[in-house]
Design a protein around this ligand. Structure first.
Ligand SMILES: NC(=O)c1ccc[n+]([C@@H]2O[C@H](COP(=O)([O-])OP(=O)(O)OC[C@H]3O[C@@H](n4cnc5c(N)ncnc54)[C@H](O)[C@@H]3O)[C@@H](O)[C@H]2O)c1
Length: 309
């Protein structure tokens, strides 16, 4: 009998049962990332509540999601605009908004947090939600640079806590880094992998180490480009062209820094430098620091390494 039942149990626990478990998703933070995560989760049939601190912010997020969905629909249903409109309305029905996280999480299977990149603020949020959410609810953070274990430490559900690191813009970018912290149970990790697949994404498994995979490689690379330029070894325009035409990258490192935000990049490198000051890959850059001090943060402020219209 064991030979008959085991594969059955395994297949249930590894896919259908776990995915079935995540139906209702609470996304906390209606900014750039949270709105994108909510949109994708709703588009794939999940019931989503998007939470932020005020109704005004949520109205803006909802508008952004509708705009983005209409763009997706225009492409996807180019021949049949009425099907596109039906798609938008169907997805919007799957999303509601709230400014009361503690009451929303009482009926949720998964909390995905995408609020400000500040350890204390994230810990306070999860500490409060831990008391309000049911036993089975899984918590996940979309942090770019903070250790998942440090965020989880404010809760009593270390086994049901992991990382889900999405990429910007979420509706377009296929990758999700799924992070297994030392306390994350295999069941939680598997559920997060399954959830990522259910969103139509491609998950990769990561340990809870600085920058996971993508940022651990990308941030030192971008900073090295700035140092190369600081040493007078190349103009930023030439370095960008070189990496696009020579390495096949869609953007050069300075274009990418402007897109990501110079403040975000500085925040990440400063945090890593503080933890590992002898690592030359994490050394701060005077030029990056100067631009941030001048408020030149990249595309979002109209100027970073380049001027943007
Ligand atoms: N921007 C990116 O490219 C990117 C990529 C991957 C991961 N991340 C990570 O995602 C997270 C969010 O980044 P973002 O770029 O979307 O930020 P954002 O500033 O666009 O949005 C953050 C939102 O969180 C809300 N918020 C802050 N504190 C809150 C609280 N206590 N409760 C509810 N809402 C709260 C803010 O009002 C804001 O709307 C960060 O941890 C960041 O490191 C960002």
């Amino acid at each position: 009998m064991a030979f008959v039942t085991r594969p059955f149990i395994r297949s249930l626990s590894s896919s259908a049962a776990l995915h079935a478990a995540i139906k209702h998703v609470t996304v906390i933070g209606g900014g750039l990332m949270g709105a994108g995560i909510a949109q994708v989760a709703a588009s794939t049939g999940h019931s989503v509540v998007l939470v932020d601190t005020s109704e005004d912010i949520l109205k803006k997020s909802a508008k952004g999601i509708e705009f983005s969905l209409k763009r997706v629909a225009k492409k996807k249903f180019a021949e049949k605009p009425e099907d596109g409109e039906a798609f938008v309305q169907k997805v919007l029905k799957n999303i509601s908004t709230s400014s009361d996280a503690a009451s929303v999480v009482q009926g949720t299977d998964l909390v995905v947090e995408a609020i400000v990149e500040n350890l204390k603020v994230k810990q306070d949020l999860f500490g409060a939600l831990d008391k309000a959410a049911p036993e089975h609810t899984i918590f996940a953070s979309n942090t770019s640079s903070l250790p998942i274990a440090d965020i989880a430490s404010s809760t009593a559900r270390l086994d049901r806590f992991g990382g889900l690191h999405f990429f910007n813009p979420v509706p377009m970018m296929k990758l999700v880094e799924v992070i297994k912290a030392p306390g994350t149970s295999q069941q939680t990790f598997d559920a997060l992998l399954e959830f990522s697949k259910a969103l139509g994404k491609h998950p990769v498994s990561c340990k809870d180490t600085p920058g996971f995979i993508v940022n651990r490689l990308l941030v030192p690379y971008m900073l090295e480009a700035v140092r190369l330029h600081e040493r007078g070894h190349g103009s930023k325009e030439d370095i960008d062209v070189a990496m696009k035409l020579g390495a096949g990258y869609p953007m050069g490192p300075f274009e990418l820094l402007d897109y990501v935000g110079l403040d975000t990049s500085k925040f990440i490198i400063d945090g890593w430098h503080e933890k590992d000051p002898d690592n030359p890959l994490f050394a701060p850059s005077p030029l990056l620091n100067k631009l941030v001090a001048e408020g030149k943060l990249g595309k979002k402020t109209g100027e970073g390494f380049y001027k943007h219209k």
